[in-house]
Design a binder for this molecule. Structure first.
Ligand code: FES
Length: 715
């Protein structure tokens, strides 16, 4: 057994013994404290900073020294050496503040985890939108009555049930095409194990649940009306789960949680890398997502039961007697149903969507080849697998259905978006952009669809930005700048009001999230603080523009308004990150449009939790999205999650997802010879050469770029 040391984390007070040699960040993870990371622990982001407390602390029974950690690596020392102002502002000495991803535990240590380094619970912005869905789930229920066996006809239970089922099915499905034959049905082994008892408990009268007209997955004594399923969108950052009534389509509970795999890497490439390079890297990430899904399922059931009790009995939930049915019906109804309570055992199917990496990690498939050329997933087609094989704690015989993937970076989430938005049924050309760390784009109409993806980097989600953070409490989420005074006003997540000059936001801002970074850069450009190349203009009459550690910067919040005790600026370096992201996204959209011979789409749809929070005017001002009439730009929220719900409730939509996924043509961006040139032009705000007539009137300070003039003369 390896040597162990005591690690105490403050302010959480978490403590415990960890193996010698593991990193402080891993130690914190083991002790239940999440520390930020966005660089896959490469000593470059500095988000994992911690402070080492030195001395003997009787209260905690520990003597803590900086020598109880491995010395700083060259990269770590370099990181701190390049930030003298930060060190001075916090009175930090070299060795006292450490990158927790680099420092290895060699002895007992007491560690302060500053607020900005702590992982936060995400405010969930995904929500199901109201859509009309035809209810046609993959499971059907049949009430089967049998005559009990006797010595003359000692037929086995399953064969007896099959015969009874044949009669019921022929009646229930009369007039339907391609009727399944009861004789062709199979029965799940776990279900078979409980068959004898269920039949006798029901006095030879049972409710049989058949999945996909193929397999009996549940036999319940008596008459049981309700069945339930779940639809889940596994995002790289957030997981959203909807518990649904499979008869009515009603959402009984919507739960969400941060994807715990985030501790293994913020983006899909870091998670693929973790799965490849770490022993058990795949297993750990698979387990992490399964554990959180089991928690979410339990929570959803609890929420549904609670809200049902609060609402009181609804007509659809009344007992058989209340509905005027026989007393016998009520007795035959199992206890949980009589109470109208749902249990996780009542969940009979889950439909999943997610990007191709999330898809592989959920299914425990090695993601190795997703990350290297020629970027091939293990499977494109939809996958049906028993939930128990994945460790999901729902009905033992239940299935999981995962929608098809389209390419290595265009996943089941895009399949979900397609069946939710249905561009393949339109005459107009629609461009759908699912904005995130990796943007997925689909363009087309009923005659054909083309898709591509582009890494936009984590900047749009608040990472790789000096004071960037995820959309969590304390994050600035909206920014506006007054043209005349160049003073900003902003709104913080979790606060009702915008900040005011009276300073009533004191101590509340912790960082700035993706939507506000787009707002801020767009407003800085509109107000003339930066030019179309993203450079700061000189000689402005404001103290908010100054020289900082990362070059010139604009201060959005003064130290007195923040909970981190420091100013929150947007620096030139941050602006460059946004330019890289928006340049990539714009070129992807432009290239797709060009490949289809289009100037602009008829309709632009921004999908994804983040997409729905982008201010579309501000996004267009910086050229994040192509120019078109603003009234034709729509934010549809979590369309991928809606797609999962639609596929849960309507089995034909699953077939449609398979068909549409096959009809989508993939367009490989890096193979486009013009990509680099176009990318350089698209780095300008809103673009170096392309006109943006629909927002031009909003940019009074815009100048014509000298290079653009030259290009115009040449052409
Ligand atoms: S520096 Fe990025 S995680 Fe440690």
């Amino acid at each position: 057994m390896s040597k162990q040391h005591l690690v105490i984390l403050q302010p959480s007070g978490r403590r415990g013994h960890v193996d010698e040699g593991i990193s402080l960040r891993e130690a914190a993870r083991q002790l239940g404290v999440e520390i930020e990371s966005i660089c896959a622990e490469n000593a470059t982001c500095g988000k994992c900073k911690v402070v080492i407390e030195e001395g003997t602390f009787e209260r905690y029974g520990i003597t803590s020294k900086r020598e109880h950690l491995s010395g700083p690596s060259a990269e770590e020392a370099d990181y701190f050496r390049r930030r003298p102002k930060m060190m001075a502002a916090n009175n930090w000495e070299m060795g006292q503040v450490r990158l927790s991803c680099q420092a290895r535990v060699l002895g007992n240590v007491l560690v302060q985890v500053p607020e900005e380094s702590r992982g936060n619970k995400q405010i969930v912005r995904k929500s199901a939108t109201q859509r009309e869905i035809e209810i046609k789930p993959s499971i059907r229920k049949y009430l089967v009555e049998m005559t009990p066996p006797d010595l003359e006809k000692p037929i086995a239970d399953w064969e007896r049930l099959s015969r009874g089922l044949e009669i019921t099915m022929s009646v229930v499905q009369r007039g339907e095409e391609n009727l399944p034959k009861a004789a062709d049905l199979t029965i799940d082994y776990q279900c078979l194990r409980g068959l004898a008892n269920a039949i006798r408990e029901g006095n030879w009268r049972v409710t049989v649940t058949v999945w996909q007209d193929k397999e009996v997955i549940r036999v319940q004594p008596g008459y049981v009306e309700k069945s339930y399923g779940a639809a889940v969108d596994i995002g790289s950052t957030t997981i959203a789960l909807y518990l649904c009534d499979l008869e009515t389509g009603e959402i009984l509970a919507a739960e969400s949680e941060m994807n715990p795999q985030i501790v293994y890497g913020e983006d899909v490439m870091s998670r693929i890398q973790y799965a490849i390079s770490e022993p058990d890297g795949l297993k750990k990430q698979h387990k992490a997502v399964i554990n959180i899904l089991n928690q979410l399922l339990k929570q959803a059931v609890k929420t549904a039961n609670q809200s049902h009790r609060e609402e009181g009995d609804s007509p659809t939930r009344r007992s058989p007697v209340e509905r005027g049915e026989s007393r016998e019906e009520e007795i035959a109804t199992p206890a949980s149903q009589a109470r109208n309570d749902i249990s996780t055992e009542d969940i009979l199917e889950i439909v999943f969507v997610g990007n191709t990496t999330m898809h592989h990690l959920l299914l425990n498939l090695p993601p190795d080849h997703l990350g290297r050329s020629p970027f091939v997933p293990t499977v494109h087609k939809a996958v049906d697998v028993k939930a128990r094989e994945l460790g999901l704690q729902i009905n033992l015989s239940a299935y999981v259905h995962v929608l098809p993937t389209i390419a290595s970076f265009i996943g089941a989430d895009t399949s979900g978006v397609l069946i939710a938005e249905e561009p393949h049924k339109q005459d107009e050309n629609w461009l759908i952009i699912d904005v995130g760390t990796n943007a997925e784009l689909v363009l087309g109409n009923r005659h054909g669809l083309v898709c591509t993806s582009t890494p936009t980097g984590p900047a749009l989600e608040g990472a790789h930005i000096e004071y960037g953070m995820r959309a969590a409490p304390g994050a600035i989420e909206r920014v506006e700048i007054d043209d005349a005074t160049l003073e900003p006003r902003y709104k913080i997540i979790g606060e009702e009001e915008w900040n005011s000059p009276k300073g009533d936001t004191a101590g509340k801002a912790k960082g700035i999230c993706g939507s506000a970074i787009i707002d801020a850069v767009s407003e800085m450009f509109r107000a003339g603080i930066i030019d179309s190349r993203g450079r700061f203009r000189r000689g402005l009459s404001t103290t908010r523009v100054r020289d900082g550690e990362n070059g010139p910067e604009y201060v959005v919040a003064w130290a007195g308004e923040t909970s981190i005790g420091r100013d929150i600026p947007i620096s030139l370096k941050d602006i460059r990150q946004i330019q890289l992201a928006k340049g990539a996204l714009y070129v992807a959209a432009r290239t797709l449009l060009k490949s289809a011979g289009l100037e602009r789409p008829d309709k632009l749809i921004l999908a994804g939790g983040f997409g729905s929070y982008i201010d579309k005017t501000k996004a267009m001002i910086i050229g994040l999205i192509p120019d078109l009439p603003l009234e034709n730009v729509y934010a549809v929220g979590n369309a991928a999650g809606d797609g999962a719900r639609i596929a849960l409730l309507n089995v034909e939509k699953r077939r449609e997802a398979g068909e549409v996924a096959r009809m989508v043509r993939r367009y490989e961006l890096p193979a486009d010879p013009e990509f680099q040139d176009q990318f350089m032009l698209a780095m300008n705000f809103p673009h170096m050469t392309e006109p943006f007539p629909h927002i031009a009137h909003l940019i009074p300070h815009q100048e014509v770029d000298p290079i653009a003039k030259k290009l115009a003369r040449k052409s």
